[in-house]
Design a protein around this ligand. Structure first.
Ligand code: NI
Length: 259
């Protein structure tokens, strides 16, 4: 049985002491491939480097909305240079975060940075990994307006069924992780039940949001199995089939992600 953790932050300080063991433990649990997300220029350099030196590790490069700053041409050129590496499979994680950012001008800055990176992904023919927290309306509006010729995933999906349906119509994916397994998962299990089974990715967002029964602990890619088990329960199918399907889905979106 093989899984792909399509969204992790192994460059996070919480893995500083044991990242090699974390990657080995993932492999022991069938998580042979991990996509490590950049969120700043510095971390994008790091994830590209880590992908280069680790089998089964891939990367996405980009500026996270919480880290938004005006992008210079030099920044864009540097992101593009990293993105040409064979193991950099996407532009991410990019998007909008209105939960942490209440200031209207800073939200506009987030939008400019987001748009510029969508543009970059389109030029490079790369998919995008999107962070959307409390910004569903603007994210959907921007993707409808500016998403032509682009593919991607709304990672850690937290929108409504109506939003999910729009996303699927555009041929985009949703990513599910720890919150799906929480007792207060609200509408997400029902959204997943109705979702096309070829449009769903599993992920951890390590080190954050560890799934039940590890909730509250440091998350790590090996735990993507707990997310997949919850998907299996909701889809009423075996874990092996969920592993096979979600792996195929990850390969369909992230075309540069080879074995
Ligand atoms: Ni993330």
């Amino acid at each position: 049985m093989e899984f792909v953790d399509t969204h992790a932050h192994l460059n996070d300080g919480k893995f500083a002491d044991d990242v090699e063991e974390v990657i080995a433990r993932a492999r022991e649990h069938g998580v042979n491939r991990i996509i490590n997300m950049g969120d700043t220029m510095e971390s994008s350099a790091l994830v590209a480097e880590m992908a280069d030196s680790h089998e089964g590790l891939f990367a996405a490069v980009g500026i996270h909305p919480e880290e938004a700053h005006e992008l210079s041409e030099k920044d864009i050129d540097q992101l593009a240079a990293w993105a040409k590496h064979p193991k950099v499979v996407a532009i991410g994680e990019i998007g909008l975060d209105y939960y942490w950012e209440k200031d209207a001008e800073k939200r506009q800055l987030q939008q400019r940075v987001f748009l510029r990176q969508l543009d970059l992904a389109r030029q490079l023919h790369l998919p995008v990994c999107i962070h959307d927290r409390d910004a569903h309306g603007d994210v959907l509006e921007i993707l409808k307006r500016e998403g032509k010729g682009l593919r991607g995933v709304l990672h850690c999906f937290s929108g409504s069924w109506e939003m999910a349906r729009e996303i699927f119509r555009m041929g985009w994916f949703i990513g599910v992780d720890g919150p799906l397994t929480f007792k207060n998962a609200a509408k997400l299990p029902e959204i997943l039940r109705q979702a096309p089974k070829d449009m769903v990715l599993v992920e951890t967002d390590s080190p954050y949001m560890a799934p039940t029964p590890m909730r509250g602990k440091r998350n790590e890619p090996a735990y993507v199995r707990y997310v997949a088990e919850k998907v299996a329960e909701i889809w009423e199918m075996g874990l092996e089939e969920v592993a096979a399907r979600t792996t195929r889905n990850a390969e369909a979106l992230y075309e540069k992600m080879t074995l």
